[in-house]
Design a protein around this ligand. Structure first.
Ligand code: NAD
Length: 478
């Protein structure tokens, strides 16, 4: 398969869609077409489902030890191919090449972590009431999984699902992201080249609602794993619930950042500029609502705006680039609309607020201060390179604003005193809180949200547990 045509992987074979339909794939830095991606028909999906059932029987029957060794091989292969895959990723997604390579290498780490966990899916021996009875819990793979991954981290979002699910013994029908199909295809190839049976991972692309509508209700599918917006997550979750399918939903966020007056302001600015503009802010854990204590507000804003305005925005293939384009025109329009509305309501535009260049989906790193709470951007996930910075007086006031929204994914805080660190760590309502450094999203730590940010977790030991069912066996020796 060359990039010029990304195909489905069904039943162990790369294949075009049944009707030969294909969508254009664009380079977001140039808006030029770089290739095509196949579109699945319902009969392609049926073939993928049949394959996933066979793949589950084959993979699930292997010992955890064998599965673990195969997954280790996949990590080795992914590392060997990191430069090639990073090139594809940057071309289709836009992020700087160094970030693309880091994403692929991190993918190898996720696989290794899962390979280790594969051998530790322990059950229990529960003391029985009768000496002749043995009571056991066995942890078994739930079955074939329908997984849906987005375009912002095509390797990371796919590998989180595949590595953990494969470690548990599950098989997959994975709907890859149509905007960035090439790098997930290479990920699947790495797993298969490492020894995962061809029918165990099936990869399809096409019309997302048609695909989810066909896969989720199907009797073969036992578990749903979706990453994307809260809006789509609700529909997927409702469908999964009505067909009694287990689910993990990794949805949107609107991460608060509380900066207390005794924080190390230089460090807070350095970490947060890095984190805010990584991947053009198209990150579910992207810091968004900055709440800065009044006494240090002006100093924080001045330094933040200066560093933000110095960021080099350009084609990710240029080594000087620090922030690439957004994924598509729809994303640029959506960010632009939110910023314009906030400014019209009285927010102060400190830098950015405009598109850049005539070609490519570029939007300038943007900082708004004193943003009214009524502005849409204070309530909806901007999913773009925009920081909103408002002042606060007391920590309780900051916590109230941080916890105002139904989202609860990532959150950040910077503070000096141990008492403030403890108060913020406990007080922020979110799935993840990172204080005084950037410590989220490693393979060994939990990754997930509360409220509108989703259901379940994709990292740490709990990640594999999401793909396991507990079976209780009680046996009496005759
Ligand atoms: P979107 O909600 O239209 O799509 C997000 C992803 O879900 C895409 O990969 C898309 O193909 C898929 N999708 C959409 N409808 C689907 C359906 N009915 N069935 C199955 N899959 C479906 O949003 P978008 O415009 O692509 O991205 C912008 C928004 O998505 C952001 O505001 C953000 O909230 C969210 N998002 C979140 C993450 C994350 O990491 N949690 C990643 C990407 C996008």
């Amino acid at each position: 398969m060359s990039y010029s045509e990304v195909q489905h992987f069904i039943g162990g074979k790369w294949c075009p869609g049944g009707e030969g339909l294909a969508l254009d794939v664009l380079n977001p830095a140039t808006e030029q077409m770089i290739g095509k991606v196949a579109v699945a028909t319902k009969s392609d999906l049926d073939a993928a489902l049949e394959s996933a059932q066979l793949g589950f029987e084959e993979w699930g029957a292997m010992s955890a030890y064998t599965r673990s060794n195969i997954l280790r091989n996949a990590a080795i292969i992914l590392r060997e191919r990191a430069d090639m895959i990073a090139g594809i990723l940057t071309l289709e997604q836009g992020k700087p090449l160094a970030q693309a390579k880091a994403e692929v290498l991190a993918g190898a780490e996720f696989i290794e972590w899962s390979a280790e966990e594969a051998r530790r899916t322990y059950g229990l021996v529960i003391p029985a009431r009768n000496a002749e009875v043995l009571q056991l819990t066995l942890r078994e793979p739930v079955g074939p999984v329908a997984a849906f991954a987005p375009w912002n981290f095509p390797i990371n979002q796919c590998v989180r699902k595949l590595a953990a699910g494969l470690a548990a013994g599950c098989s997959f029908v994975l709907k890859g992201p149509e905007d960035t199909p090439g790098s997930p295809a290479e990920l699947v190839r790495a797993f298969v080249d490492a020894g995962v049976p061809g029918n165990t991972i099936n990869l399809v692309y096409g019309d997302p609602p048609m695909i989810s509508g066909h896969l989720i209700p199907h009797r073969v599918i036992r578990k749903i794993s979706f990453t994307g917006s809260t809006q789509v997550g609700r529909q997927i979750g409702a469908m999964a619930a009505s067909h009694m399918k287990r689910m993990t939903l990794e949805l949107g966020g609107h991460a608060p950042v509380i900066v207390a007056e005794d924080a190390d302001i230089e460090a807070a600015v350095k970490f947060m500029v890095l984190q805010k503009f990584r991947n053009g802010g198209q990150v579910c854990t992207s810091p968004t609502r900055f709440l800065v204590q009044q006494k240090v507000f002006d100093r924080f804003v001045e330094k933040f705006v200066k560093q933000c305005a110095e960021l080099v925005v350009g084609d990710g293939l240029d080594p000087a680039t620090e922030m690439g384009p957004l994924i598509n025109r729809k994303r640029v329009d959506s960010v632009s609309e939110l910023v314009d509305e906030a400014v019209s309501l009285g927010a102060k535009l400190c830098t950015g607020g405009n598109r850049i260049a005539n070609k490519g989906f570029f939007y300038a790193p943007t900082v708004l201060t004193n943003v009214p709470i009524a502005a849409r951007i204070m309530n909806e996930e901007p999913f773009g390179p925009v920081a909103l910075i408002n002042p606060f007086n007391t920590l309780d006031e900051a916590l109230e604003e941080a916890n105002r929204l139904e989202f609860g994914l990532a959150s950040y805080a910077f503070a000096g005193s141990a008492a403030t660190v403890a108060k913020l760590g406990k007080g922020i309502a979110a799935g993840m809180v990172s204080i005084n450094h950037l410590g989220l999203a490693l393979p060994e730590v939990p990754f997930g949200g509360i409220g509108d940010s989703g259901v379940g977790t994709e990292g740490g030991a709990e990640a594999v547990a999401q793909f396991l069912a507990t079976k209780f066996v009680t046996q009496q020796t005759i």
